[in-house]
Ligand binder design. Structure first.
Ligand SMILES: C[S@@+](CC[C@H](N)C(=O)[O-])C[C@H]1O[C@@H](n2cnc3c(N)ncnc32)[C@H](O)[C@@H]1O
Length: 272
């Protein structure tokens, strides 16, 4: 069983490593200066507050969210298990005094206990192979009351509007040719998805009780609507449509002082 899991992780790492040099070219990955960056910064600031914090960014990829955190003055440890991704991120933030990059597994970070005030990740949770183990590790390395901030989505099931948007994108692709940076390596992506715990879809309905069991409280949910609105401002029609396909969410919660498994989730739905 362990062997299968290790093989899956290697496959995931290799998949992202191969996408590292072109990752930023696919819409929704690079965060454009202007309205989009402002929307990301506002969402992060709302959760983390105005004070600079000691933050661990999990699965930093090419360092786009790292840039948002550094722009807000935080002291960032940015972690990824793909050396190729880290190479792109290091290049982007070369010389910045408040960031250190580490090569590590986000599911077992090996960081010191209670060493971070906040943990943030974008588009990592859906690809975890052992989410329970990861959540318990994240709780361990957070200070009491520390914040976990997750940006993610249900990438397996398009919304009703999303299905219509995908159809229109398909028609545009037929008319003008497919976007070379979208849908690349899709067979490998599908094969990985099929083996993941959240491969059938990452929903907050599944995630909230898992986080509560891992010892997180004050769970708050909101949509990424303001970010999507900002992304649409300067996007092509195809990319505008892409913002409608999947349900994306922001989840924040805090390390509780109570033992794992002893909490009932209290969910505060801010909007959506
Ligand atoms: C979809 S990309 C997101 C990158 C970045 N967070 C962003 O939003 O731009 C997924 C990233 O997660 C990393 N990753 C996946 N599983 C990981 C793990 N177990 N440990 C560390 N990094 C992981 C991949 O190497 C890749 O960089």
């Amino acid at each position: 069983m362990k062997r299968i899991n290790r093989d899956l992780k290697e496959e995931i790492r290799d998949y992202w490593s191969k996408r590292s040099e072109t990752f930023d070219l696919a819409f929704g990955h690079a965060i454009a200066a202007g309205p989009e960056l402002d929307a990301w910064a506002a969402a992060v600031k709302q959760a983390l507050g105005p004070q600079p914090r000691r933050v661990l960014e999990l699965a930093c990829g090419t360092g786009e969210v790292t840039g948002v955190l550094l722009g807000l003055g935080h002291e960032v440890t940015a972690l990824d298990f793909s050396e190729a991704m880290l190479t792109v991120a290091r290049r982007k933030h070369a010389g910045h005094k408040k960031v250190r990059f580490i090569l590590a597994d986000a599911e077992s970070t090996m960081e010191d206990e209670a060493s971070y005030e906040a943990i943030i990740c974008r588009h990592l949770v859906w690809t975890l192979t052992e989410p329970e183990q990861a959540f318990s590790d994240w709780r361990r390395i957070l200070r009491p009351g520390g914040l976990l901030l997750i940006f993610d989505g249900d990438w397996a099931r398009p919304t009703l509007m999303g299905r219509a948007a995908s159809l229109v994108i398909h028609v545009i692709d037929l008319l003008v040719g497919a976007d070379p940076h979208h849908g690349g390596m899709s067979d490998r992506h599908a094969a990985i998805m099929a083996q993941l715990p959240f491969g059938g879809g990452l929903t907050t309905k599944r995630l909230v009780p898992m986080l509560a069991d891992a010892g997180f409280a004050d769970i708050e949910l909101s949509s990424q609507w303001t970010i999507a609105v900002a992304q649409r401002k300067h996007a092509t029609l195809r990319n505008k449509l892409r913002t409608l396909i999947y349900r994306r969410f922001i989840l924040s919660c805090r390390k509780s002082g109570e033992a794992a498994g002893s909490l009932r989730p209290h969910v505060d739905r801010r909007h959506g």
